[in-house]
Design a protein around this ligand. Sequence first.
Ligand SMILES: [Mg+2]
Length: 269
Amino acid sequence: MVRLQNMPVFDANGHGGMVAGWQALLLDLSGVLFDGRRPIDGALDFMRRVRRCGVPLRFVTNTASKPAVAIADEMRQMGFEVAHEELFTAPRAAHDYVVARGLRPFCLVHPAIRAEFDDVPQSDPDCVLLGDARDDLNYRNLNRAFRLLHDGAPLIGIGLNRYFMDEDGIMLDTGAFIRGLEWAAGIDAVIMGKPSADFFKLVVADTGQAAADCLMVGDDVAADVAGAIAAGLQGCLVRTGKYRAGDEASLPDRAMVIDRIGALALPGR
Ligand SMILES: [Mg+2]
């Protein structure tokens, strides 16, 4: 394998810096390739260039409000080419985690993905699976979760994000509820999804490349960029989606910043 030379990457405002060459690309979806159901400017053309370039590509999302099949369908409707095996979602990782351990989860997840857990026994639960459950995150359900955790059941979080972007603005995400339950029950959650290093490792292993040769691009400083860098990958923030002016201040030193995904330089091969 030929290792690429370090190359300087700067965005239009001169931000950025030296990044090592990379051999595989991990892309967050919402806020990087599209907003809602609208492709971000230049994203479709960027994806065509990535396909021509031939680098391994994986889509890595914490979206827990729709099944993976629906995510892929919506992407195709927008004009993005996506293969089932390239899509890594936090709910799928959480599903595989509880199945591998024979756990019976109390599923506090979005109604749209409940069916994804239909093959998992859920009576007499012995763990809590907490995702983007929206209005189901009420006192009755959270207290049921708390009682299970207090009795020693593990908490499996589907992603650990502070907020996400919706059509009418930023929305409180699952991370706040996970952290609250951890604090109240005196436990640590297992996170399936970003920024969990275990989750990034699964995706990296699937690319066949070393973590240090993988670049993760996202619009979430903590879950996408800092998480990836902590897991040994390279990380890049895009100034689209949920990005807000000043987010750069929370970035790890080694992170790169670009204005939009179309500004990412691809490795020559
Ligand atoms: Mg995003």
